[in-house]
Design a protein around this ligand. Sequence first.
Ligand code: F6P
Length: 357
Amino acid sequence: MKRIGMLTSGGDCQALNAAMRGVVKTLLNSSETVEIYGFLDGYKGLIYDKRQMLTGKDFSGILTKGGTILGTSRTPFKTIQDPDENGLNKVEAMKQNYYKLQLDCLVILGGNGTHKTANLLRQEGLNIITLPKTIDNDLWGTDMTFGFQSAVDIATDAIDYIHTTAASHGRVFIVEVMGHKVGWLTLNAGMAGGADIILIPEIPYDINKVVDKIEERDKKGSRFTIIAVAEGAISKEDAKLSKKELKKKMEKNPHPSVSYEVAAAIQKKTGREVRVTVPGHMQRGGSPCPYDRVFASRLGAEAGKLILDGQFGFMVGYKNREVVRVPLEDVAGKLKAISPDASIVQEAKLLGISFGN
Ligand code: F6P
């Protein structure tokens, strides 16, 4: 008999359901009897014991369904050890609820913040297995996270749509892609959509270099320019500021996001018409793409196998095209960012893409 708890935490993404289905199918296909408890709305469900007992039926027909059948929420790691508004010790509450149900293991699906709390629970003695979800693809220890490829498809579609209208009007168009800390999504969607300029947090931009590229295209007779800008793209000047100085500067910033700031600067320097499109949370929505369905199912199956083997304290990841088990303590608190020297960046440059640096 195995008693499993499961929760999804942080921003949702495509293929969370496919991954959970993979875990449960693997367990149900074994000779073990299994009891599954789904905690609702992320760690909140575990803290306040909001849960549902689930059966195989609950996981049937969800392979293609976006979002998460368990609901999710953000429970920031930096305040997880602070008491809640009623003085409740959240970490102790999670442990008590785990022990009350006599769980053999807790399967946690999440991104960076989620993994920090998962590792804390492991340190506190709980049996934890995690699965790497996020459209940002920024989890250390895995080459890929599920949700990423589906989001690349959506962001690419957005750039494709913009291409035709940009060409007709001869405008500069900015498409803002999700990713505050890293630019994986922007870089991949930008390359897939044929963007001329890609601005990502890892490579601070110089607005004059951005303008140079637009003017170079003008001279060659290209009437339009497509710029893919990550939410977290940052100028060279801003990158030199301390966190505190930047926060202060941002408080006075009249622009709703970096894309509008870049647009205003280009408009001022060139007199060109610039438009901004923000696909926003659409990038996390809808059905997982076929790649993510297969990928999340594979990771889920491996998580199920880990449970059957009694192996805990791992994130199931993906390295060099193989599904791997990565110790949680190695994953927690580390960000997987793009190195400016990465081959994909160099190849993009060979294609003539400017990073504005
Ligand atoms: O989950 C990752 C992510 O989609 C980031 O790409 C984005 O910056 C952020 O979440 C948005 O967060 P929220 O859904 O809380 O607005």
